[in-house]
Design a binder for this molecule. Structure first.
Ligand SMILES: Cc1cc2nc3c(=O)[nH]c(=O)nc-3n(C[C@H](O)[C@H](O)[C@H](O)COP(=O)(O)OP(=O)(O)OC[C@H]3O[C@@H](n4cnc5c(N)ncnc54)[C@H](O)[C@@H]3O)c2cc1C
Length: 415
């Protein structure tokens, strides 16, 4: 077995090296190079061979990454560090591969890989967050198109998106989880109005989205009609894997020292606290969390790649949330009173404060910590499910919150 694996690794190494020797040319433009990499199946080697991949395992994909790095050749289709690529590529494209028709894959996958299309997640509504199956945005068929009406909220990068991954209610006579379908909604149309929301970091990265008679072609349905909950579970698993692996980023869009134990060790040294037992214990806890998150991410990703939804993704996301909050509070305690300061003249304190605020992104977005704990309790520990009175009744008969909130007067970011 080990011999066969080693032979396969050698074969892949030889193939990447020979391809790089033939094609890698520093004088190529970024876009030209990206197109070559995408079309040769190297940008996402774990994807199926018929869809811009090579069907490689994660370990085999790592060989490709290492060979590109050794050659000094840019790898991957998008600049994931800047945030571009997380929703459309790591969530959207993976969901399309698992559930969409070949026609839809053919339309969207290459533009996504080329960085030409950005996406947002149109899930949450004013009356549906943790209880996402309570969504009331309507999807109705009108000839060759779907027509949508409703309101979404907390839509990250909705103002930049070309398409939305939308869940909408397609059958009101089914129980709440069964009448939902999953769609691709083109964002640039008169029926889609995106309005920014200001968050506590001062950024306006998320939005509310008003959907009024917005349209999509019939083939923009992902999976079967009324089977959107299954598609959504795969999508949420991918989202939780992303959130469990990359942490979050700062106001100026640089990668934060999230859970960066090394940087906290440095800070502890600078502040003369590196021998403090409580500090050492906290740093060890962070190290353990990071390690466990990595393992759970691998487990969750393996299941999600087959179109499933592993509860391990919830473990990783919850651990990342603890890591982010604990890192920020350790940094804060090391900084002492200066930790309350903000601004470029106090970079350590500023970074700790922004980290603390951004930590809430992970503990609420993609399903709150409490919801991850419910999933872990029910699906990993086998504890009894929460009591529910509305799971088996037609959604039409379930008491509901208002589906849509009033638009505020101005189009400027709200306070
Ligand atoms: C930074 C950020 C980015 C986001 N981006 C997007 C996005 O791009 N697209 C999108 O659709 N949504 C997005 N969201 C929305 C996010 O998914 C919801 O905020 C989240 O699911 C919680 O829903 P809610 O805000 O309606 O809170 P609620 O569901 O009202 O929950 C309120 C509180 O009650 C707790 N609670 C609720 N139900 C239970 C329960 N059964 N058991 C225990 N506790 C419970 C929750 O944990 C929470 O503490 C984003 C949110 C944030 C913070």
């Amino acid at each position: 077995m080990a011999i066969a694996q080693a032979a396969r690794a050698d074969e892949i190494t030889a193939e990447v090296r020979s391809w790089l020797a033939e094609h890698w040319d520093r004088s190529l433009g970024a876009r030209e190079w990206r197109a070559l990499v995408v079309d040769a199946g190297w940008s996402y080697p774990s994807w199926p061979a018929e869809w811009y991949g090579r069907g490689y395992s994660r370990a085999e994909s790592a060989i490709v990454a290492a060979e590109f790095a050794a050659a000094g050749a840019p790898w991957g289709a998008l600049d994931v560090v800047s945030g571009h690529g997380q929703i459309e590529l790591q969530i959207g494209a993976n969901v399309l591969i698992a559930h969409a028709s070949d026609e839809l894959k053919a339309q969207l996958l290459r533009p996504i890989l080329m960085g030409d299309l950005r996406a947002c997640l149109l899930y949450s509504e004013p009356g549906a967050g943790s209880d996402l199956a309570s969504i009331q945005t309507r999807a109705e068929r009108d000839g060759d198109e779907w027509v949508f009406n409703g309101q979404k909220v907390w839509t990250t990068v909705g103002h930049l998106a070309d398409f939305g991954l939308l869940i909408a209610r397609s059958d009101w006579d089914q129980p709440k989880h069964q009448g939902i379908s999953y769609f691709i909604l083109p964002m640039h149309q008169p029926g889609v109005e995106v309005r920014p929301l200001r968050q506590m970091t001062g950024d306006a990265q998320f939005n509310e989205v008003f959907i009024t008679d917005a349209r999509a072609p019939l083939d923009h349905l992902v999976g079967d009609i009324n089977d959107g909950w299954r598609v959504l579970r795969t999508a949420l698993a991918f989202e939780r894997i992303v959130m469990g692996s990359t942490g979050t980023r700062s106001r100026d869009d640089r990668r934060l020292p999230v859970g960066a134990t090394i940087e906290l060790i440095e800070l502890a040294r600078t502040k003369g606290r590196s021998e403090d037992r409580l500090v050492r214990q906290a740093l060890a806890e962070l190290y353990i969390l990071r390690t466990v998150i990595g393992w759970n991410g691998e487990r969750g990703a393996a299941v999600a790649a087959r179109g499933g939804a592993s509860p391990a993704a919830s473990l990783g996301k919850l651990a990342m949330s603890r890591l982010l909050h604990t890192s920020a509070s350790v940094a804060d305690s090391l900084l002492g009173p200066s930790g309350t300061l903000y601004g470029p003249s106090v970079p350590d304190a500023n970074s700790a404060n922004v980290s603390l605020m951004m930590a809430f992104m992970n503990s609420i977005g993609g399903g709150s910590d409490q919801i991850q704990r419910n999933i872990i309790a029910e699906r990993i520990l086998g504890l009894p499910k929460d009591l529910s009175t509305d799971h088996d009744v037609p959604f039409r008969d379930v008491p509901k919150a208002p589906a849509r909130l009033e638009r505020r007067g101005s189009g400027s970011p709200s306070a």
